[in-house]
Write a protein that binds this ligand. Structure first.
Ligand code: SF4
Length: 342
């Protein structure tokens, strides 16, 4: 929602300040879908607001719900006709997390990712980012879905640190007690390892969680499948992690998508262990092994047995690791599957 516009409109109408508080609560906390639902406002003013201010900066087009009911993906048409996707996931009963997009497409070109295949179109504005959260709030309310909307993860389409100006503004709005009021620790940002971004988040939002999409513990392989490794290789990531730890003393999550016969051998595990052990304070690192979610392409997920063997090998070398359950695969709404197509 164009919040600045709303504030200006209220000022021009000489509305008392408490009217803005009423609107903020209704929209950002309660998830109303239109001003006409805010019955505490004078009727004439509700109508004027509905005419003048769009609560959402896009039009929801197609919704898909996973068979287990724990993931919902929505295709959103932006005002310039471009598309993005966002996903709502229930990691535990009664808990909801939103996975938001920060760009249309992605310039990083990771070979195993559906978003990367489509190339980069443009950055999203902070309004388009926070409206994804407003949309999910409205969805939960409209569909009478109970539970707590507790987490936001920047793991949808795009590399958040390549759009930091808008992403950081959206984090400010999400954590603003007068707007959404999410706790900083309930927000996570995931990056392929952009050093400047890691430095900025450590300085500006030390309480927001950081995840690094590592996927390989060996530079040669990482460069082969993730072109960004030529600019931000493992040594660069190691230095970024050390700086982050010095500034925040907070945990970092390393994400590792498991691809059959590509990064799931014992040699791959040894490379990963070597990389992790080379980092000071590596007790602050936690590794998430993620099943690869198939997109059309040449990659195949590692088997469950292989993932367990890989995990057990790492555990036996005292690496902090879990296998993270991936939700929404059947609706192409899982990690790496968002393509923003209608
Ligand atoms: S994995 Fe992330 S960084 Fe890589 S192409 Fe996909 S969206 Fe971009």
């Amino acid at each position: 929602m164009d919040y600045d516009r709303l504030e200006k409109l209220l000022a021009s109408e000489k509305m008392p300040k408490y009217r803005l508080d009423q609107i903020r609560k209704a929209i950002f906390r309660d998830g109303v879908s239109s001003f006409s639902e805010i019955l505490t406002l004078p009727r004439i003013f509700r109508e004027e607001l509905d005419e003048e201010v769009d609560i959402l900066s896009f039009f929801p087009e197609k919704a898909l719900k996973s068979l287990d009911g724990r993931s919902i993906k929505i295709l959103l048409k932006l005002k310039d006709g471009k598309y993005i996707e966002t996903v709502l996931i229930s990691p535990k009963p009664g808990i909801w997390s939103a996975c938001v997009s920060s760009q249309i497409g992605c310039p990083m070109g990771c070979q195993f990712c559906a978003t990367g295949k489509g190339g980069f179109v443009r950055n999203l504005t902070s309004e388009e980012i926070i409206d994804q959260i407003l949309f999910w709030k409205q969805h939960l309310k409209k569909n009478k879905i109970s539970g707590i909307f507790s987490n936001i993860v920047f793991m949808g389409m795009g590399e958040p640190f390549l759009n930091w100006k808008e992403v950081s503004k959206s984090i400010k709005d999400l954590t603003d007690p007068k707007l959404f009021g999410f706790g900083s620790r309930s927000i996570s940002v995931s990056t392929v390892g952009i050093r400047e971004g890691i430095e900025k988040i450590a300085k500006e939002f030390p309480q927001v969680n950081l995840a690094i999409s590592l996927h390989f513990g060996n530079n040669k392989k990482r460069s082969e499948y993730m072109p960004i490794n030529k600019d931000y290789d493992l040594n660069n990531i190691k230095n970024s992690i050390s700086c982050y730890f010095q500034k925040t003393r907070r945990k970092i999550f390393l994400e590792y998508i498991m691809l059959a016969d590509i990064n799931d051998s014992q040699k791959d595990a040894d490379d990963l262990i070597k990389f992790i052990r080379s980092i000071d304070d590596n007790y602050l690192l936690h590794l998430n092994l993620i099943k690869y979610n198939e997109t059309s392409g040449k990659f195949v997920p590692s088997t469950g047995t292989k993932m367990n063997e890989f995990k057990n090998y790492l555990v036996s070398r005292e690496i902090s690791v879990t296998i993270r359950k991936s939700l929404g695969e059947d609706i192409q709404g899982a990690c790496g599957q968002l393509a923003g197509k209608n």
